[in-house]
Design a protein around this ligand. Structure first.
Ligand code: ASP
Length: 284
């Protein structure tokens, strides 16, 4: 494996309207801080897997995003969070589905990745987190409580990260509180290979309507297109134009093994930021 220039791309979900004004400034500041701190470590030799874990955890701790603290509330008043992580080098995937109270679902997914039973749901996932001594805390924020009172049915949210490290290894992580006011125990795409996938060729994290992301098998399909010989650009054009024919609403961030990265969407806007040797780039 040849020495590579590291790349880190993060996203804070899909939004119906472009982010503007004061909100744009706080989102840009938040993305910048996370990119700067994690990219410094990636540049010093941290693995892509650890970098996406750290970046996702930082976003889960930030109430600006729908994951961890700040997650959306399901229609029975509970917050159930889902996350997954994939290491493209070892082709290992770990995930948790609809877990309650765990402070950082991405750490849970990360620890599960090393296990024989690598995707756990609900109480089983919470039990595993307790056994591992992972911290628990309330994910409820006043903002999401108000949205729940108004029965606000969302379409999107979610955070994610993809990275390429110095050794040319790729990884992807995704974490979500779901759509908001959904049927209890609905499963989103985020803890599946449709929402989060990494191989030796490409790493992808998706956001948008989970059902449609699953129907397009978005993240794993994009990686398969790249593995079959398409450039990242060709692969995403193919996926986006096919998905548009089905009116699928989603977006994603992707990086390939050469360090090319892309942010794309079928409709709407992705909140994103990226860091590489040229510096930090943010949504405008
Ligand atoms: N994909 C997430 C879900 O369907 C939401 C999102 O990414 O916006 O739960």
């Amino acid at each position: 494996m040849s020495q590579q220039h590291p790349v880190l791309v993060i996203h804070g979900g899909l939004t119906e309207r472009a982010v503007k004004g004061r909100h744009l400034i706080s989102v840009q500041e938040s993305l910048h801080i996370k990119l700067e701190s994690v990219f410094t470590k990636l540049n010093k030799g941290m693995s892509a897997l650890e970098a996406v874990t750290l970046a996702c955890a930082a976003m889960e701790d930030d109430p600006l995003y729908n994951a961890g603290y700040g997650s959306k509330i399901q229609s029975d008043g509970k917050i159930r969070m889902s996350a997954s992580i994939m290491d493209g080098f070892s082709r290992r995937f770990g995930g948790c589905v609809n877990v309650e109270g765990v402070k950082n679902p991405i750490y849970l997914a990360h620890d599960l990745m090393k296990e024989k039973d690598r995707v756990l749901s609900g109480q089983g996932a919470a039990r595993f987190a307790k056994e591992r001594g992972l911290p628990f805390s309330s994910p409820f924020t006043p903002h999401q409580r108000a949205a729940f009172q108004n029965k606000k049915r969302g379409k999107s949210g979610t955070i994610g990260a993809v990275a390429l490290d110095l050794r040319g290894r790729l990884a992807a992580g995704t974490s979500t509180g779901g759509k908001g006011f959904e049927y209890p125990f609905r499963v989103s795409d985020s803890p599946t290979c449709a929402g989060n996938f990494a191989s030796a060729f490409c790493a992808v994290s998706a956001t948008g309507t989970g059902e449609e992301i699953v129907e397009q098998a978005a993240a794993s399909t994009l990686c398969a297109f790249v593995e079959a010989g398409l450039s990242l650009n060709q692969a995403l054009n193919k996926l986006v134009s096919r998905s548009r024919r089905f009116d699928a609403e989603f977006g994603f961030i992707a990086v390939d093994r050469h360090g090319n990265f892309k942010v794309a969407q079928t409709t709407q806007h992705v909140i994103w930021g990226a860091a590489n040797r040229r510096g930090i780039k943010l949504l405008k």
